[in-house]
Design a protein around this ligand. Structure first.
Ligand SMILES: [Fe+2]
Ligand SMILES: [Fe+2]
Length: 136
């Protein structure tokens, strides 16, 4: 069962950003399915690493828009991205012992909640700003 699903209300109005958010949500769900059905630490570790890389490239996308459009809250928004990456990296510690399944599920739930909260708050605010500036 997915722990997070895309909803139209998550749209920030910029297609490229929405598409990347959809992909991140799908990656969280994929890792969640995996950890529940085939708790192999190597496979889950790889999914977390892929998620981290994808998140980095997504944050680069948003931060490039911030630069181009001189977004006033760039600093605060970037700090939120940095927190997300710290949490993804913290996932690694769960592979050191045999309780990594509940540990990883907990991390994935945190990431899912974080992502939805970030999209509905900071990213939507940013999306409104971009749309006002005529960004696509
Ligand atoms: Fe985002
Ligand atoms: Fe963001």
């Amino acid at each position: 069962m997915p722990i997070v699903s895309w909803k139209d209300e998550y749209s920030v109005g910029i297609t490229k950003i929405d598409d990347e958010h959809k992909k991140l949500i799908a990656m969280i769900d994929e890792a969640h399915d995996y950890v529940e059905s085939q708790p192999s630490s190597d496979a889950v570790k790889k999914l977390l690493a892929d998620m981290e890389n994808y998140a980095i490239s997504h944050f680069d996308t948003e931060e490039a828009y911030m630069k181009v459009y001189d977004y006033p809250d760039t600093k605060g928004h970037k700090a939120e991205h940095a927190t997300f990456l710290e949490r993804v990296r913290a996932g690694d510690v769960n592979f050191a012992d045999d309780t990594f399944v509940p540990g990883t599920v907990k991390i994935l739930s945190f990431l899912a909640d974080w992502l939805v909260t970030h999209i509905l708050g900071s990213d939507k605010q940013f999306g409104d700003f971009l749309m006002e500036k005529g960004a696509k």
